[in-house]
Ligand binder design. Sequence first.
Ligand code: NAI
Length: 339
Amino acid sequence: MSAVRQVFGAVQRRAFSASTRQASKVTVLGAAGGIGQPLSLLLKLNPRVSELALYDIRLAPGVAADIGHINTKSTVTGYDPTPSGLRDCLKGSEIVLIPAGVPRKPGMTRDDLFNTNASIVRDLAKAAAESAPEANILVISNPVNSTVPITAEVFKSKGVYNPRRLFGVTTLDVVRASRFISQIKGTDPANENITVVGGHSGATIVPLLSQAGYELTGEQLDEYVHRVQFGGDEVVQAKGGAGSATLSMAMAGARFAESLLKAAQGQKGVIEPTFVDSPLFKDQGCDFFASNVELGPNGVEKIHPVGKITDYEQKLLDVCLGDLQKNIQKGVDFAKQNP
Ligand code: NAI
């Protein structure tokens, strides 16, 4: 081996051991679903994860047995819904990802999922508040605009709410916004980073293309914004009733978990868009809002403001805030009326 390769190898080994120093238990609730399975697979491939705990109302031990054969170091355990299953799965978790619940079928909005998913998320949040009160909770189950406030209310009712550790996962909106602009401009999507603010459904998703220096106009701009806001519908329609985005969502969820682990393990300047308890629009009735957030060892480190936007984007934001306020209130009301 050449001297250069030897040195490079040593540097790589040092970097690897530094990044994997900390033991990190990551839990997936809803792990046997369309998102849960590929998400668990990607987490198994992440050297920052030392322990992977998978829970579902069906099939989690099977998924765990399968993924557990992959030759990476982390341990994988699957848990059934026995009285102690959920509790044991959650105990000691640093990150809890929640993709449990039903997905959309063609013609449905995310809000149409509320009746089923609100109680699923409430019950899982209760278990997390009891067994992993200090974990970072990453809510994927839709409608995120309402399931995040539900989770906050549950944690408040148990006296363990920490706004810095609750995240609605909106990463997929940014992934799509970056991919779609690259298709228009012929750029490498990996180098695109479009800011998306607001919430995670339809008109509450507000891409801020101007901040990336792009100046689309007229129909092209309208079409781009519509595609980012309703990109999920393309997948729902293409799957013809068999579900919504699962694979791209798994990638987005795994990316967000990786960012949190990096920040927890000391990396600075880790920024992800996410739907959090935010001061930005509280005066307009939105206690939660997605914007770029710097992550740190304690979760939310710094919430970035929306920044400079065009008149066009301001109009999108105004529509967003009206809808978002109602979605948030719906979640809060549900949690209070159905404790
Ligand atoms: P799926 O139906 O394929 O999987 C859901 C899984 O949750 C199933 O395995 C089911 O057994 C499990 N489950 C149901 N009730 C449970 C409970 N009480 N405890 C534990 N597990 C339970 O659905 P899919 O496609 O994985 O979607 C899951 C959720 O993620 C949906 O609500 C969907 O709308 C949402 N989603 C969110 C996105 C985002 O960007 N945040 C993107 C795409 C989907």
